[in-house]
Ligand binder design. Structure first.
Ligand SMILES: NCc1[nH]cc(CCC(=O)O)c1CC(=O)O
Ligand SMILES: [Mg+2]
Length: 324
């Protein structure tokens, strides 16, 4: 005789919903946005179907349509023309550069949205690396100087949260000190705490033309074979004053999300990155999977693993989906 029958709680939609353990909401999402120079531009990224690069004017329309759908937090990224890139990423410290201009315009038009801005050299670096390169080496402490100035320019432009994605050691403490010294103690830090050297970043690097010109990122991004090392990074970022800890990528790293969730009381964010988005889109376009159902499953799995915040290219599409 079978007395325990778990299927009882699956027998109708109402019961299934009643016992559902994980619920996604639009408050969970941060939607990445790509910005380019120019006017009236909206150019689709071929490796990220449905995701575009916007000039500032069309970007404001995009933000508006997201806000109307209920998506209110954004992670903007700027595509910097090649001729403005140099060894130290100096364009990242230009208060009149494309990125700070875009931040100011978004905040002027939509003061209530939250902007989480990316702090790293790669979109501005002629080497395509997240730090300053000298004789093939990525310099840590010299890079911190640039990161601090970049974060300050972003805070001055109106960033609510700065997101160091570079994986240099000590950058959270350094950025915190620079921001506090300048009076920006209210600007938060979402640290890319456990950021792995992943092959899933490809489409993002297409979007910004930011791929490394030489070598890979393995001397600063983490080895995907490691999980205990993520706890070391989490401990340091917490001591240094991070307000959020992020795991990136998300899907091949659900165990890392869970690990940080179980070992920290800070909010945990996860970045469902470009290649993870592209995989779902490509399979859906081929008719191999149901893209919409896969989207919901992927996002739910990241939340179930313990993420409080999900950075995802699906944010707007998910909002459109639940509206229907
Ligand atoms: N440091 C920049 C940065 N910030 C976010 C991403 C990737 C995001 C994505 O793939 O969606 C990257 C690329 C990288 O580290 O090479
Ligand atoms: Mg670190």
């Amino acid at each position: 005789m079978i007395t325990r029958r778990p299927r009882r709680n699956r027998q109708s939609e109402v019961i299934r919903n009643m016992v559902e353990e994980t619920t996604l909401g639009l408050n969970d999402f941060i939607f990445p946005l790509f910005i380019i120079e120019g006017q009236n531009k909206k150019i689709e990224i071929s490796s990220m179907p449905g995701i575009n690069r916007f000039s500032i004017d069309t970007l404001l329309e995009e933000v508006n349509s997201c806000v109307e759908l209920g998506v209110k937090a954004f992670a903007p990224f700027a595509s910097i023309p090649e001729q403005l890139k140099d060894k130290t990423g100096s364009e990242s410290m230009n208060p009149d550069g494309l990125f700070p201009r875009a931040i100011r315009e978004i905040k002027r038009n939509f003061p209530d949205v939250v902007l989480m801005t990316d702090v790293a050299l790669d979109p501005y670096s002629s080497d395509g690396h997240d730090g300053i390169v000298e004789n093939g080496e990525i310099l840590n402490d010299e890079t911190l100087e640039v990161l601090g100035k970049m974060a300050l320019v972003q805070a001055q432009a109106g960033a609510d949260i700065v997101g160091p994605s570079d994986m240099m050691d000590g950058r959270v403490a350094h950025i915190r000190k620079v921001l506090d010294t300048a009076g920006y103690h209210k600007v938060g830090i979402m640290s890319y705490t456990a950021k792995y050297a992943s092959s899933f970043y490809g489409p993002f690097r297409d979007a910004l033309d930011s791929a490394p010109k030489k070598g890979d990122k393995k001397t600063y991004q983490m080895n995907f074979a490691n999980s205990r090392e993520a706890l070391i990074e989490a401990e340091l970022d917490t001591q240094e004053g991070a307000d959020f800890l992020m795991v990136k990528p998300a899907l091949a790293y659900l165990d890392i999300i869970k690990l940080l969730r179980d070992n920290s009381n800070l909010p945990i964010a996860a970045y469902n990155i470009s290649g993870e988005y592209a995989m779902v889109k490509a399979a859906a376009q081929n008719g191999w999977i149901d893209g919409e159902k896969a989207m919901v499953e992927v996002l739910t799995s990241i939340k179930r693993a313990g993420a409080d915040v999900i950075l995802t290219y699906f944010a707007k599409e998910y909002a459109q989906y639940i509206r229907r």
